[in-house]
Ligand binder design. Sequence first.
Ligand code: IPD
Ligand code: CA
Ligand code: CA
Ligand code: CA
Length: 261
Amino acid sequence: MTLSQFEIQEIDQTVLLWLDEARKQTLAAMAQQLDVGTKSNPRDLVTNVDQANEAFLNAKIRAFDPEAHIVSEEGFGDHQLDMQGNVWFVDPIDGTMNFVKEQTDFAIMIGFYVGSQPVLGWILDVVNNVVYHGGPEIGVYANQLRISAPKNEPLAEGLVLLSGARLLYGMFGYDEIAKAALGFRIIGAAGPSFIRVILGQAVGYSSKMMPWDFAAGQVLAKTLGLSVSDIDGQPLDMLSSNIVLVATNRAHRDILTLHQS
Ligand code: IPD
Ligand code: CA
Ligand code: CA
Ligand code: CA
């Protein structure tokens, strides 16, 4: 089923209200002692806020769109096997390590896809109270302000954002990519990294990510004409982990060339 522009605008506005509530709950929880646990290893953190936000947002989605499937990080979602119908991606706190260590770069993210097509994405910068949202039918906004496509700069003229752990261990050719860029930065969270590329503050970003890490960012980046693929230039698999590359078209070409050489 294709959604009209009006319906898409309504979905956008509805999700903005949920995110505003989630933000208030997150700020209230930050004023209390966080409950921090680990998952697969000592660096894989989860807090009571990750869990509460996901339970809250997934309940909102299920009430609003009962037939839909939800792919989310902390266990409140579905075990999704295909991209048929409406699929929502939820990252209740993106950048949990930053969040726990009182860094400002963390986000709450939602992506909405219909029949595998990107429709809407939301990245909420909680601390600055700016939500980056939109999609191909309505454009991309920072709160109410429309964002235009960033300049198409090459790798040598911009900052590249990389996953610190993979750079440190020389994985995925990140060392060569960092050397070829004007400079590199490690932000420590996918959403805030996507935002910097979308705003033209960085020419590219790459990390190994799960679908909830890149679903929202992919919608916004593609809408603005940026290139989004895996590190081999292939489309992203929305149901498993990918080495994601988002970049200006020129930087994307530069990085793929470096990676293939
Ligand atoms: C992680 C962060 C990190 C990225 C990882 C993600 P989380 O998300 O975005 O920067 O490198 O791939 O898993 O676990 O904090 O939501
Ligand atoms: Ca996590
Ligand atoms: Ca994440
Ligand atoms: Ca998360």
